[in-house]
Design a binder for this molecule. Structure first.
Ligand SMILES: *[C@@H]1O[C@H](CO)[C@@H](O)[C@H](O)[C@H]1NC(C)=O
Length: 204
């Protein structure tokens, strides 16, 4: 009996640290190796339609005004397999401000967001303004109706559609809201020392 109890206690003790660590981030925010984070965030403002914000370190959304364009580059093949017909899952990791620390995240409002897609191959850049957006493309058909801190949300789950031989293509969309203010410091998929924050694509 005793050895069994001891080994159970040992196993529990050894397992505890990783459980605690994982429990401190929202569910489903542990990304597999190879998860893709955005290469650029570009705000646009409907109240300043010709203003070019260029690439910024922190995404920002304000009610009915500022949106942030999120640019991701998806490779045309991974480990020798074409990504054309693979599924690209776009998620938004939305931890609470304390879970996000040391990275900055602030949120207030009702949590109604929209994510409007651009055509594959087009994304925001230093010339982008509200009046000069990338070419409009299909938007995710089933976005989450409400997003609030403390969860990870699946925005889209679609065929990647990256052209073979393209060397990879930009996939991009604009996050906007009618009722919420959000600022987030985008991290890499590993979280850069905190919980992952922002947008990520997993190709599978
Ligand atoms: C931005 O506009 C300038 C001037 O028209 C142009 O030279 C530059 O290539 C543009 N940048 C991009 C990324 O399209």
């Amino acid at each position: 009996m005793k050895p069994a109890i001891i080994s159970t206690l040992l196993a529990t003790a050894l397992a505890a640290p990783s459980l605690i660590e994982r429990g401190s981030c929202p569910a489903n925010s542990k990304y597999p190796a190879g998860a893709i984070s955005p290469y650029g965030l570009v705000p646009i403002s409907s109240s300043h339609p010709s203003k070019k914000y260029g690439f910024v370190p922190k995404g920002i959304v304000t009610p009915n005004d500022l949106c942030t364009i999120v640019d991701l580059k998806i490779p045309d093949s991974i480990n020798g397999e074409l990504t054309l017909l693979k599924t690209c899952t776009l998620t938004f990791s939305f931890p609470t401000p304390s879970q996000a620390a040391p990275h900055k995240l602030s949120f207030s409002g009702g949590g109604h967001f929209t994510f409007s897609g651009y055509l594959t191959g087009f994304g925001g850049d230093e010339n982008t303004s509200y009046d000069n957006q990338p070419l409009i493309g299909p938007s995710p058909p089933f976005p989450p109706p409400v997003m609030k801190p403390g969860s990870t949300y699946t925005i889209a789950d679609l065929p990647c559609g990256i052209l073979p031989g393209s060397g990879g293509q930009t996939v991009s969309g604009a996050l906007c809201s009618q009722d919420s203010k959000l600022e987030w410091e985008q991290t890499k998929a590993g979280g850069d020392g905190g919980c992952p924050v922002g947008f990520f694509v997993v190709v599978h």
